[in-house]
Design a protein around this ligand. Structure first.
Ligand code: TRP
Length: 322
């Protein structure tokens, strides 16, 4: 009942070296957010999701807990759930439960970068859902999206956690267009997005009082130290999280506390930071329903369902090929 394909290769570490080199040599400097998530980074992110200030995970869980039956019905009782960035599939069980209760559950396709967690999740799920087939894919879903298996019946493709907000507009449009191209006429996309709200709450969500988020942000430097033989001094940088209200996105950076030079042995590169210089490590875009509708339209999709938590902080939207 379990089949897992792995598409991680030497290419992945070459891609990292290339990305980091380009990012550190661009002006301003920038690192791609996918490198946050080594083992320590994943643990720290887990802790972030439990912080008082970080509402998105709880809001999304609330929507799934309360409205999965409606979501599944609105999606046409699909037999297959594809999940991009599935991880431990904690929130996914609400959708799987609803599919089972609707009598349509057949196949779960977890797509994740971590082989270990995908294997473990698959093992747990086939026990929890007797008869469930798991056809997992271990890959960087931005690079290998087109390898997602086609299915007999309808599919629901879920992209939760607000991760789409971490893409720049052009990247986001490319990604959503590729998803649109994968969808058959009866397939649906379920997309998690954080919503625009007061600056204070947004900035607190990305700069908590316990300092967990700051530690998470700096951990990316530790990843570079290990993977690329770099010598970043984590104490020589500070965490910065600002809301850019024009672009409706959080802008997350690391600010150098001193003039310093950092060596990345594996890249054979040294980079200079001046005191106060900021390097972006992530954007996290916040949406409105109207914005999302136009983003969907640009990608060849149209909205066909809108589900928010009671506070209206976060949305899951359902979209179909236009
Ligand atoms: N994708 C998450 C988000 O946009 C990741 C995240 C939460 C994050 N807190 C962070 C990324 C702090 C960098 C820094 O909400």
């Amino acid at each position: 009942m379990i089949a897992i394909e792995v598409h991680l290769d030497a290419e992945a570490s070459e891609a990292m070296a290339r990305d980091v080199r380009a990012g550190l040599q661009s002006e301003p400097k920038e690192l791609a957010p996918k490198y946050f998530y080594d083992e320590r980074g994943s643990q720290l992110f887990e802790q972030i999701t439990e912080l008082a200030e970080y509402y998105p995970t709880r809001a999304e869980r609330e929507i799934l807990a309360r409205r999965s039956a409606e979501i599944v019905a609105e999606a046409g009782a699909p037999g297959t759930l594809v999940e991009l960035g599935s991880g431990s599939a904690a929130k996914t069980r609400h959708l799987l439960d609803a599919m089972r209760d609707a009598g349509c559950l057949d196949t779960y396709v977890p797509v994740d970068i971590s082989e270990e967690i995908t294997q473990e999740t698959a093992r747990c799920l086939v026990e929890e859902y007797p008869g469930l087939a798991v056809r997992g894919l271990v890959c960087d879903f931005e690079r290998h999206l087109e390898r997602i298996p086609t299915a007999e019946g309808e599919r629901l493709v879920a992209f939760l956690g607000g991760t789409v907000g971490n893409l720049y507009p052009a990247q986001r449009q490319g990604f959503l267009s590729r998803i649109a191209a994968l969808l058959g006429p009866a397939d649906r996309l379920l997309l998690g997005t954080d919503l625009v709200k007061e600056t204070d709450r947004l900035e607190a969500a990305y700069d908590d009082s316990l300092g967990v988020t700051a530690e998470f942000n700096k951990n990316v430097l530790q990843v570079l130290n290990r993977e690329l033989g770099a010598d970043f001094d984590l104490d020589a940088f500070e965490h910065v999280a600002r809301y850019d209200s024009d672009r409706e996105r959080m802008d997350i950076r690391l600010r150098s506390l001193a003039d310093q030079e950092v060596r990345l042995e594996e890249l054979d590169v040294s980079v200079e930071f001046v005191a106060g210089e900021e390097m972006r490590t992530e954007i996290s875009t916040k949406f409105t329903r109207a914005r999302l509708e136009s983003i969907y339209a640009d990608a060849g999709l149209e909205i066909c369902g809108w589900f928010t938590d009671a506070a209206g902080d976060y949305a899951l939207s359902l979209a179909r090929p236009a």
